[in-house]
Design a protein around this ligand. Sequence first.
Ligand code: HEM
Ligand SMILES: *[C@@H]1O[C@H](CO)[C@@H](O)[C@H](O)[C@H]1NC(C)=O
Ligand SMILES: *[C@@H]1O[C@H](CO)[C@@H](O)[C@H](O)[C@H]1NC(C)=O
Ligand SMILES: *[C@@H]1O[C@H](CO)[C@@H](O)[C@H](O)[C@H]1NC(C)=O
Ligand SMILES: *[C@@H]1O[C@H](CO)[C@@H](O)[C@H](O)[C@H]1NC(C)=O
Ligand SMILES: *[C@@H]1O[C@H](CO)[C@@H](O)[C@H](O)[C@H]1NC(C)=O
Ligand SMILES: *[C@@H]1O[C@H](CO)[C@@H](O)[C@H](O)[C@H]1NC(C)=O
Length: 271
Amino acid sequence: MGFKIISSLNILLLLVTISQSGAILDPHYYDKTCPQAENIINQAVRNATKYDPKVPARILRMFFHDCFIRGCDASVLLDSTPTNKAEKDGPPNVSLAAFYVIDDAKNKLEQSCPKTVSCADIIAIAARDVVVLSGGPNWSVLKGRKDGRISRANETINLPAPSSNTSQLIQSFSQRGLSAKDFVALSGGHTLGFSHCSSFEARLRNFSSTHDSDPTLNPQFAAGLKSKCPKPNTDRNAGQFLDSTSSVFDNDYYEGLSEGKECLFRPIVVG
Ligand code: HEM
Ligand SMILES: *[C@@H]1O[C@H](CO)[C@@H](O)[C@H](O)[C@H]1NC(C)=O
Ligand SMILES: *[C@@H]1O[C@H](CO)[C@@H](O)[C@H](O)[C@H]1NC(C)=O
Ligand SMILES: *[C@@H]1O[C@H](CO)[C@@H](O)[C@H](O)[C@H]1NC(C)=O
Ligand SMILES: *[C@@H]1O[C@H](CO)[C@@H](O)[C@H](O)[C@H]1NC(C)=O
Ligand SMILES: *[C@@H]1O[C@H](CO)[C@@H](O)[C@H](O)[C@H]1NC(C)=O
Ligand SMILES: *[C@@H]1O[C@H](CO)[C@@H](O)[C@H](O)[C@H]1NC(C)=O
């Protein structure tokens, strides 16, 4: 009898867990439990951006990395332990930064509404806020994501790479249910931020047996990048802004792309 009660309780709990993890996200998710959540997050993001103008680009990229590995579950925030190397210590972690902004928002939320707002939702809201702060569009963020507990450095191999060609990038997106159109639109996130030489220098020298630099790059632009990224690389911080207005969320990235003046991707062929 006792066992039966426990097992039906378990089943009930299991159902609740399943319906929560498979829950439909909701723009009003915290309306009753933490109505001030978005204000608290917005203040943390604004304050951090005031002290460090790199914060918007950092947070937008953080959201992408979080979502592409194990879904948008804040696994990108988890620290390595003696027995587990976490995502944030995986290979493409150059420029993954500003985790403190999310921690700061989370600490303030714990004071106002303990154990309510997930870190995954904080990242999603903060990413919207940095786009708005940079002059981009606003949208209502759907909420109700659950935080994951697993984060493995070796899984970052599944992030698309700057060396990938267009078909590989489209495939990487399609594995996450995203279309080629989504890929083109989301790549526009590169309207913010900076790229280190290490991310694109393979396109500048010894590119192929027939071309020293990638022939799809504008030759003058490629020459400029070469001088910014001398060999041997003496400055680990050297690189290039991703578009000509790297702190403004605008169309410049696509304009540069169509002129071969971008350093991350092979040209996107929009069919
Ligand atoms: C399509 C596949 C993608 C690839 C291969 C890719 C690759 C990269 C690389 C190599 C960098 C430069 C890192 C460095 O050298 O410091 C970068 C920066 C960045 N990426 Fe992506 N990315 C992709 C998609 C996205 C998406 C979907 C977003 C967001 C919507 C995004 C947002 C950013 C931002 C904001 C930066 C600048 C970071 C900073 O300045 O701190 N990326 N990306
Ligand atoms: C604002 O950000 C700065 C720099 O990160 C930090 O030292 C300070 O404590 C923050 N202030 C508030 C009110 O959050
Ligand atoms: C990136 O990973 C290396 C080790 O793989 C680690 O030492 C470094 O702290 C990581 N950087 C960030 C920003 O987490
Ligand atoms: C952005 O949209 C959200 C949700 O509709 C709203 O709460 C917020 O005030 C808007 N932000 C700005 C800066 O207009
Ligand atoms: C990462 O390592 C774990 C074991 O630690 C393994 O189960 C998993 O298959 C690996 N994933 C990838 C993508 O290599
Ligand atoms: C993209 O790269 C993959 C792997 O290197 C290769 O098999 C494929 O042919 C390439 N596709 C195009 C269109 O270049
Ligand atoms: C290009 O490749 C050749 C042969 O692999 C090598 O000898 C040469 O040093 C490379 N040049 C540069 C600039 O890396």
